[in-house]
Design a protein around this ligand. Structure first.
Ligand code: ZN
Length: 244
């Protein structure tokens, strides 16, 4: 079985459709798992929700998803994120709101736990250090955990003695699932922040026991033009060019 893992789409329709095409190009996936933040920042929340609803087998809620339906406050969002989130909230249909409100915070499938931020704090925690990864091992029971939220493609490999090490996930350097407990972040589809503007996602191949990261360029300009037309914060559209 092949599982495509996507996270942090952030209403970037051009990035999402390019990633889904790229998955097909690489032989397709039996299931698509989504790690949250379908909306927020970008210009196409409704279109992205429609595709996610149709194509994913599992999707968990992210902080931007919950904020857009008023389930959490935007008081700790920076001004640009808050402005984009308020704009997003106005565009959602009743059906969109219902879909988001029914997304779980944590989901399990086979050897994997899926969540947005961390198993310890699904909506808020950014899993960026091996120390935090180590602490989070107590909060999920499966061997592996998939997270998003930081927009950084990274894998934490934890050995038998419960010590974790971190490394960036790069294309052509897949992670084996033959050993260890792992916490994996596939990076962001719609707003990469690791200095590479190409959309990021991963594929888990259960037969090969490998998780591979992929990067794909997409039409950034088309997303930026829509953001300008909707008067979304300039900084949010500019950052897409640089992957920051
Ligand atoms: Zn995000």
């Amino acid at each position: 079985m092949r599982y495509a893992i996507i996270a942090d789409i952030h209403s970037n329709l051009a990035a999402l459709t390019t990633v889904l095409d790229d998955i097909e190009h690489r032989g397709g996936a039996d299931e698509i798992w989504c790690l949250g933040d379908v909306v927020g920042y970008g210009p196409d929340p409704r279109e992205c929700l429609a595709i996610i609803r149709k194509t994913t087998n599992i999707c968990v809620a992210g902080n931007h998803d919950w904020a857009a339906i008023g389930k959490i406050s935007i008081s700790d969002f920076n001004p640009d994120a808050a402005a984009a989130n308020q704009w997003t909230a106005q565009r959602l249909s009743d059906e969109d709101i219902e879909y988001i409100s029914n997304l779980p915070l944590i989901s399990e499938s086979g050897d994997f736990t899926l969540t947005h931020g961390s198993p310890r704090e699904p909506i808020r925690e950014y899993l960026l250090s091996s120390g935090a990864a180590l602490q989070n091992l107590a909060y999920f029971e499966t061997r592996f955990c998939l997270v998003g939220h930081s927009h950084q493609p990274v894998v934490f490999t934890c050995d038998e003695n419960e010590d974790c090490s971190a490394r960036y996930l790069l294309p052509d350097s897949p992670v084996t699932t033959k050993e260890s407990r792992l916490i994996i972040n596939p990076g962001s589809v719609g707003q990469p922040r690791d200095g590479n503007p190409d959309a990021a996602y991963a594929i888990y191949d259960s037969q090969q026991q490998l998780v591979s990261l992929y990067r794909t360029p997409y039409d950034i300009r088309s997303t930026q033009e829509k953001m300008q037309a909707y008067d979304l914060p300039v900084r949010l559209s500019a950052r897409l060019s640089y992957g920051v």
